[in-house]
Design a protein. Structure first.
Length: 261
């Protein structure tokens, strides 16, 4: 036993999810939170709060590897954070007030989690059609438009992730591919992972104050996820676009199928 409450099954889950996130930027909350709730029977509020801190620490390791490999577009990361940080803070204040007034905070989290998973499934399953639609009907965005929409995307992710821990990867990567079609996939993935660090850290600390963190669960997940995301990020930063794109598409299709069915 590494520490009281350590569970190797949690660590194994953390390793595979961490490796998937490091390689594609997708699969963190969209896989881990439902896994904790449905497979391990963790309370939804605890699963969300614990997953947020797990994601912030795990993606810090992934950001370090992507940063050293020069696969993070820091201006895009800053734009996302400019929208997500205030949105996250406001969402947590609302959640605390709502829970205090109604006692239905867990119910709200469960509802938003369901909605976020549906949105994520749509982003994953129909990603190619969505990208093709915007490429043919809308075309490439002007720099000013892309900047404003990136900030708006950050705000949306701040709300969704604070309440459900879901959306930063699948939804974030999909929309960034629409906004920045000329950017290499590795930089899209790296930028999305880097942005998730402050987003999930702030949201996770907020849930800590709300009392929805399982520290033994968090430790078990991190034992597997940190080596997992390090390996995945190292491989992903060195794989050519022509190889990474079909792997990313296949991953999105598999994850989307698991969410839908």
């Amino acid at each position: 036993m590494l520490f009281p409450g350590f569970n190797p099954l949690y660590s194994l889950s953390g390793f595979f999810v961490g490796m998937l996130v490091g390689f594609t930027g997708v699969g963190g909350g969209a896989l881990m939170t439902p896994l904790l709730v449905l497979l391990f029977g963790i309370h939804p509020a605890t699963a969300v709060g614990t997953d947020l801190l797990y994601a912030s620490i795990t993606k810090s390791a992934g950001t370090l590897v992507h940063g050293l490999s020069d696969t993070v577009d820091w201006p895009i990361t800053r734009r996302l954070a400019f929208g997500s940080v205030p949105a996250t803070a406001l969402t947590l204040i609302f959640l605390a007030y709502f829970s205090q007034q109604t006692g239905e905070g867990a119910g709200l989290i469960t509802t938003v989690l369901g909605v976020a998973l549906i949105l994520t499934a749509i982003a994953l399953v129909f990603r190619k059609r969505i990208l093709d639609f915007f490429a043919t009907r809308v075309g490439e965005f002007e720099p000013g438009q892309a900047k404003a929409l990136t900030i708006a995307l950050g705000a949306l992710l701040g709300v969704l992730v604070s309440l459900s821990s879901v959306g930063a990867g699948a939804i974030g990567v999909t929309v960034l591919l629409i906004l920045y079609p000329r950017l290499p996939v590795a930089k899209i993935v790296g930028s999305d992972i880097a942005h998730a660090v402050p987003l999930t850290l702030i949201a996770g600390v907020g849930h800590w104050f709300l009392g929805s963190i399982d520290w033994a669960l968090l430790g078990s997940l991190l034992v597997g996820s940190i080596p997992g995301i390090t390996i995945g990020s190292y491989i992903g930063a060195r794989v050519p676009d022509r190889v990474l794109r079909p792997i990313l598409a296949s991953t999105l299709a598999v994850v989307g199928g698991r969410l839908v069915f």
